[in-house]
Design a protein around this ligand. Structure first.
Ligand code: BGC
Ligand code: ZN
Length: 371
């Protein structure tokens, strides 16, 4: 069957013929892949900066943002049935008995670093026609979300971040509502860094959670990103025309920053403008560049004197996939046009290299494999 793969040692990325997977345990299901989203991680993998083939292979089938349809189930499968739409989680546990995170099914917090990830690290991904997976890694999606469900995986990054934000801000009883809608506005001003898919999906999730949101972006941000931000009732602030001081004066004291750019210099400038009791969440993974200087005395002083927290967050557990599926349904009813316009273009797998080499522009580009 067709698959899109990277050969890191040969510095090649191309369409290949890959063997069809078969069910090997009674708790597995087989899916036909409908769509696969392309993100910055994929672009790094096809430029040979990231990603590892599985043992015994010289190539890695890429793709981790998937939507597929169940076509066959093992006889002990009970959570899904043929015809269900599913989104598959990305990370699989390490094998070390002492890794309590992986043993508890929380490989998103793996201690050893020996986890694997489908389409990224030592496991083939989803940019192919058929895939097999254990049912515990499958998350059923309602048919009504068919058009946009490929956004579930990038939204899980925000879901895990927001869960940790809520846990940290339990230290501020007024910022964490007991009843939805009951919180005060203190502690509810969020800035999203970056207007790519992870940033915009994060902005939507923050809006639904009741935050005032400003999206601060350095990329010239096409008109479509601007429209999406306006449609969800957030403010778009261009970094070209507004300094971080101006951002802070427009947005008010910043309570939360959701970083989705991977630009570390930019992020650390914003860190210096956090308000009291603020939380800064990093989700971007920067490539390695030359060191830059930052005012560490100021950052440390403010962090202590203002009770600030910085937290990094990666990957997501199954309950965050469920939260993302629920939230996408809410986004679709509140902002149908904006959420649909997050998907810019669909490409056949034969043209996968176009969005993978970032020549495609737009917000989220998708490889459409079957309909
Ligand atoms: C994926 C995560 C993954 C991370 C690091 C991201 O693009 O969404 O699932 O853990 O890359 O490999
Ligand atoms: Zn991704």
């Amino acid at each position: 069957m067709k698959a899109f793969a990277v050969f890191p040692a040969k510095h090649q990325a191309r369409l290949i013929d890959h063997p069809e997977p078969k069910l090997t345990s009674p708790t597995e299901a087989k899916m036909r892949v409908l769509e696969v989203g392309v993100c910055g991680t994929d672009r790094e993998i096809v430029s040979f900066q990231y990603g590892d083939p599985p043992e015994g292979f010289d190539y890695l089938v890429i793709g981790h943002e998937s939507l597929s349809e169940v076509i066959e189930v093992g006889h002990q499968v009970s959570r899904v049935q043929t015809g269900d739409l599913v989104v598959i989680t990305v990370r699989r546990p390490c094998a070390h008995p002492e890794c309590i995170a992986c043993r508890e099914g929380r490989q998103d917090f793996c201690y050893t670093g020996d986890y694997t990830e489908r389409g990224i690290k030592s496991r083939h991904g989803f940019m192919t026609e058929l895939v097999v997976e254990e049912e515990r890694y499958l998350n059923v999606v309602p048919r009504a979300l068919r058009d946009i469900a490929v956004l579930v995986e990038p939204l899980t990054i925000a879901e895990k971040s927001l869960e940790q934000l809520a846990q940290i801000q339990q230290r501020l009883p007024w910022a964490t509502p007991v009843e939805p809608g009951q919180f005060s506005t203190a502690g509810r001003r969020a800035v999203v860094l970056g207007a790519g898919p992870v940033g915009l999906l994060g902005a939507m999730a923050l809006r639904v959670s009741g935050y005032d949101v400003a999206v601060y972006s350095r990329s010239p941000g096409g008109a479509e990103n601007n429209d999406i931000v306006a449609a969800i009732g957030a403010k778009y602030i261009a970094a070209e025309t507004h300094s971080i001081e101006q951002l802070a004066s427009i947005a008010g004291p910043i309570d939360v920053v959701y970083e989705a750019t991977g630009a570390s210099g930019f992020a650390f400038e914003v860190v210096q403008h956090l308000g009291p009791n603020a939380v800064f969440i990093f989700t971007g993974v920067p490539g390695h560049k030359a060191p830059i200087s930052v005012d560490t005395d100021r950052i440390m002083r403010d962090m202590v004197l203002n009770n600030q927290a910085i937290v990094g967050s990666v990957n997501a557990p199954p309950h965050c996939f469920q939260a993302a599926i629920n939230h996408l349904g809410v986004f679709l009813s509140r902002w149908p046009t904006a959420v649909r316009s997050l998907i810019t273009k669909r490409f056949p797998i034969e043209q996968a290299m176009e969005p993978l080499s970032s020549g495609a522009g737009g917000v989220k580009n998708v490889i459409a494999i079957a309909s």
